[in-house]
Design a protein around this ligand. Structure first.
Ligand code: AMP
Length: 224
């Protein structure tokens, strides 16, 4: 099953993708993580990407399209994946369709009101070692990663000022592409306004009740 996670920044795409990935043993592919890795490695593309990401703007298509094609060419995606963050603009959608970059079976659209999104921004923590995402607003008191004991890092674009740009870019550039997948009957909407466990349950119920071909069989297959 090939999933595309869709929703505003801070909607919980990475968190729910991680939970889904653990349960169904599918790789997660996050465009933002790919870009952050290239920044960490100090590549030329990473350096260029950072200048856009720090402002909350979109990284140029040449960079992201090349990176996603390389990632999707790896063998671990053969049985499906959970994609987050591509395509993200009408011009990326155009490349996606024209170059037949991959097919998508289902688009999970997370609906979260703006006030909740913005309240999550300053609390996000990411494990430096395993990438686990935590939010201090969950009030679980984790000083280090509960999965691996790694230290937390705070994303440089997780501040309220940059968030406003990221959200506006989402509304003007990303949201319009949902229509393309809606016309294909591939969109499953779910409320992502709750703590992770509840949002995950909402998402799974929405998937169970959807008419996506092959979904029921996939869900019944459980942990592979
Ligand atoms: P995310 O981790 O999904 O919140 O993405 C963080 C940042 O990475 C975004 O604000 C953009 O600057 C950049 N980014 C992620 N995905 C894309 C994309 N498909 N196209 C252009 N820039 C992207």
């Amino acid at each position: 099953m090939k999933f595309l996670m869709f929703g505003a920044p801070m909607a919980g795409k990475g968190t729910l993708a991680g939970m889904l990935s653990e349960k169904y043993n599918l790789p997660t592919i996050s465009m933002g993580d790919i870009l952050r890795n290239s920044i960490a490695q100090g590549t030329d593309e990473g350096l260029l990407a950072k200048s856009y990401m720090d402002k909350g703007e979109m990284v140029p298509n040449e960079v992201v399209c090349a990176m996603i094609k390389t990632r999707l060419a790896k063998p671990d995606v053969a049985n499906g994946f959970i994609l987050d963050g591509f395509p993200r603009t009408p011009s990326q959608l155009e490349v996606f369709v024209r170059e037949n970059i991959t097919d998508i079976d289902v688009v999970v659209s997370l609906e979260v009101p703006y006030e909740s999104l913005v309240s999550r921004v300053v609390g996000r923590r990411t494990c430096k070692d395993c990438g686990y995402i935590y939010n201090t607003s969950w009030n679980l008191g984790y000083k280090v990663c509960p999965k691996c004991g790694g230290e937390w890092s705070i994303r440089s674009d997780d501040n309220e000022d940059t968030y406003k740009t990221r959200y506006n870019v989402y509304i003007s550039e990303t949201l319009p592409i949902l229509e393309y997948f809606e016309k294909q009957g591939k969109v499953v909407k779910t409320i992502g306004d709750k703590a992770p466990e509840q949002s995950y349950t909402n998402m799974m119920n929405a998937l169970k009740n959807s008419n996506i071909p092959g979904m029921k069989e996939f869900l019944e297959g459980g942990n592979k």
